[in-house]
Design a protein around this ligand. Structure first.
Ligand SMILES: [Zn+2]
Length: 323
């Protein structure tokens, strides 16, 4: 008997080990939630499907957020990213939520698990976060966008962060999660931190503001220039789709140069490379007040209004609406 008991115990231990060590796979359903108003149990999984792409949320810890609210948060972020990429950047994304104390969305990271072939986003989430706070949070949209671009070398992080920083509010404007006024107000407030700081160019900067907002300014200028050269038929998002379609997602081992070339090739332009030379390899200079003026964005004591007679007003509207 002891032998059999030991044998059974060993099998159970082995099964438990295999279960814990196994890569996350599509189970065709989820467990842990039984009703919309019940908070999910620890270890719960929740699958989502967007066309042929899948997101699986894995909850680590207990939260006091209803399944419906959490579902809306994931859906809104995914829809915002789909507004930019036309689909999710990689076929399978695991979102691992670590429940923490508090009532807001915390720190998040994104990476790609090459061995098991999925994008992995790890997100800290206060267990008492309200639906209103979830609605305001840009974090998951930002991390999902990262999966559409190669994980580039450190000196080019400004490009990856710039893309996520620039496109996140655009995606959220297009899904109605934020307003165009709010988006431009935040860009106008933060863009000065991205201006050259005697660093010789974005590739040489160590400034947090330059990495995020200098990168976002590179993206804004690229978006405007692509729209100018294609009579507003295409924008930066189409170059990004081209990069992802050629394989340059977080799943790739591409460097930044390959991504830039693929983006330019997709549109048969040289905008990304030209701006790279100007802003990454050289300090570049941007006249921000003139730029806002041309786009028809008028800021008065933090209140934004639009001048539709401005020379780039049509481009501003296309950036907001994607059409
Ligand atoms: Zn980021």
């Amino acid at each position: 008997m002891p032998l059999i008991k030991n044998f059974v115990a060993a099998i159970c231990a082995l099964a438990a080990l295999l279960f814990l060590a196994a890569p996350l796979t599509w189970a065709g359903g989820y467990s842990g939630w039984t009703a919309d108003d019940l908070a999910p149990a620890a270890g719960a999984q929740m699958p989502f499907t967007y066309g042929t792409d899948r997101v699986i949320v894995v909850l680590n810890g207990k939260i006091n957020i209803s399944r419906a609210d959490l579902k809306a948060y994931i859906d809104d972020a995914a829809r915002a990213v789909i507004k930019i990429y036309g689909r999710l950047p990689v076929p399978l994304t695991i979102v691992r939520i670590d429940a923490t104390e508090g009532n807001h969305v915390g720190f998040a990271t994104s990476t790609f698990d090459d061995e098991n072939d999925y994008g992995l986003i790890e997100l800290s989430l206060g267990r008492n976060t309200s639906r209103a706070s979830l609605n305001k949070s840009w974090t998951l949209t930002h991390e999902l966008l990262h999966l559409g671009f190669p994980i580039v070398e450190k000196s080019k992080r400004w490009l990856a962060e710039g893309i996520a920083t620039y496109e996140e509010p655009i995606g959220r404007v297009r899904t109605g999660m934020t307003s165009a006024r709010q988006m431009w107000a935040e860009l106008i407030e933060n863009a000065p931190a991205g201006l050259p700081q005697s660093d010789g160019g974005l590739n040489y900067t160590r400034s947090w503001g330059r990495v995020y907002w200098g990168g976002a300014l590179y993206c804004l200028l690229a978006d405007i220039e692509i729209r100018k050269q294609t009579k507003n038929r295409f924008g930066l998002e189409h170059a990004l789709r081209g990069i992802a379609r050629s394989g340059g997602t977080a799943a790739s081992d591409w460097n930044a140069h390959q991504a830039i070339s693929a983006g330019d090739q997709a549109l048969n332009l040289t905008v990304l490379q030209d701006l790279y030379t100007k802003m990454a390899l050289n300090p570049g200079s941007i006249n921000l007040p003139q730029l806002w003026n041309k786009l028809g964005i008028v800021e008065n004591n933090g209140v934004i209004s639009f001048d539709d007679s401005a020379p780039l007003a049509a481009i501003r509207k296309a950036i907001e609406s994607g059409s």
